[in-house]
Design a binder for this molecule. Structure first.
Ligand SMILES: Nc1ncnc2c1ncn2[C@@H]1O[C@H](COP(=O)(O)OP(=O)(O)OP(=O)(O)O)[C@@H](O)[C@H]1O
Length: 251
C-alpha cells in the first residue's frame, strides 16, 4: 500500500546557508497517528513546512498519497495536507466561525447545501456547532484552537498536521482535544514537546535531532529509552513515568 506520506532523503538549507534537514526519511500509513518529537531547533517545523509545499525540498522527495509535492501540484497537495498552526489566530480571520470554516471548501468551489453540510460536519467533529455564528475573536483560546482544527477538517484532508496542539490549553481543554483527535478518521502527524500527550495520542513517535531522524518506533519505547532521551534533550515532566501509564491505545 502506498504510504499516505512518503518523505525520502529530504534535505534542506535555508537561504542563509543553515542546513536544517539532512536526508530525512519518513513514511506514514493511512490512519496512523505519529508524534514528531525533538529538541528546539531540530528541524520539525522545517519538515512540516515541506509537507504542503510552503518550503520546497533542496534534495529528496515528498509525496502525499503518491502525488509529489511540487509547485505544479500545490493546490491539490494543500487539499490533502491540512496544517493546524500553533496560534489559531494565524488561521481565523473572518467575521464568524461559520465563515472561517467555510472559507477553504468555498475556495474549492463548494456552494449551497453541500458547503453548509461540510461546515456543519467539521464543526460537529470538534464540538463547536453551537458557536457557528459567533465571531472567532470572542471565543476562548481553546475554542479558537478547535475552530482552527475545524477549518482544516472542512477540507477533508488526508493528513492532519498539528503543531503543538496542546500548548496553552488548560487540562480539561487538553483532554477534550485529545478525545476529538482520537475520534477522527484521519492520519495525524503531531509536532509536540508535550511528551505525555504524545504517549496518550500517538502509538508511534519519530524523533528528529539536528535535522536527522534519530528514532522511529513505538512512542512508549522511545520515551522509555533513557539514553536516547538524554542524548536528544527530551525530558519527561517531573513525576511522569511512561512505565506507570503504559502504551497508548490504538484507534
Ligand atoms: N528562516 C530561517 N532561516 C535560517 N534558519 C532557520 C530559519 N528557520 C529556522 N531556521 C533554523 O533551522 C533549524 C531548524 O528550525 P526549526 O524551526 O525547523 O526547528 P524546530 O524543531 O521546529 O524547533 P522548535 O521546537 O524550537 O519549534 C534551527 O537551527 C533554526 O534556527
Amino acid at each position: 500500500m502506498t504510504p499516505v506520506l512518503d518523505v525520502e532523503g529530504l534535505a534542506f538549507a535555508y537561504p542563509d546557508g543553515h542546513q536544517a534537514l539532512f536526508g530525512v526519511d519518513l513514511h506514514v500509513h493511512r490512519g496512523e497517528r505519529v508524534a514528531l518529537l525533538g529538541p528546539n531547533g531540530a528541524g520539525k517545523t522545517t519538515l512540516v513546512l515541506h509537507l504542503n509545499g510552503i518550503l520546497v525540498a533542496g534534495a529528496g522527495t515528498v509525496a502525499v498519497s503518491g502525488l509529489p509535492v511540487t509547485k505544479a501540484n500545490i493546490p491539490e497537495i494543500r487539499r490533502r495536507v491540512g496544517i493546524v498552526f500553533q496560534d489559531p489566530d494565524d488561521q481565523l480571520f473572518m467575521g464568524t466561525v461559520r465563515q472561517d470554516v467555510a472559507f477553504g471548501p468555498a475556495n474549492l468551489g463548494l456552494r449551497g447545501s453541500e458547503l453548509d453540510a461540510r461546515v456543519q460536519h467539521a464543526l460537529e467533529q470538534v464540538g463547536m456547532e453551537e458557536y457557528a455564528d459567533r465571531p472567532p475573536h470572542h471565543l476562548s483560546f481553546g475554542q479558537r484552537r478547535r475552530v482552527a482544527v475545524a477549518t482544516v477538517l472542512a477540507m477533508e484532508p488526508e493528513i492532519l498536521v498539528l503543531d503543538e496542539p496542546s500548548s496553552n490549553l488548560d487540562p480539561a481543554s487538553r483532554r477534550e482535544l485529545a478525545d476529538i483527535l482520537r475520534s477522527l478518521d484521519v492520519t495525524v502527524l503531531m509536532v509536540t514537546h508535550d511528551l505525555p500527550y504524545a504517549l496518550e495520542l500517538c502509538p508511534r513517535a519519530v524523533v528528529l535531532s539536528d535535522g536527522t531522524v534519530v528514532a522511529d518506533g513505538a512512542t512508549y519505547d522511545v520515551l522509555t529509552d533513557d539514553a536516547l532521551m538524554r542524548a536528544h534533550r527530551l525530558e519527561l515532566p517531573f513525576g511522569f513515568d511512561p512505565r506507570t501509564v503504559g502504551r497508548p491505545v490504538t484507534g
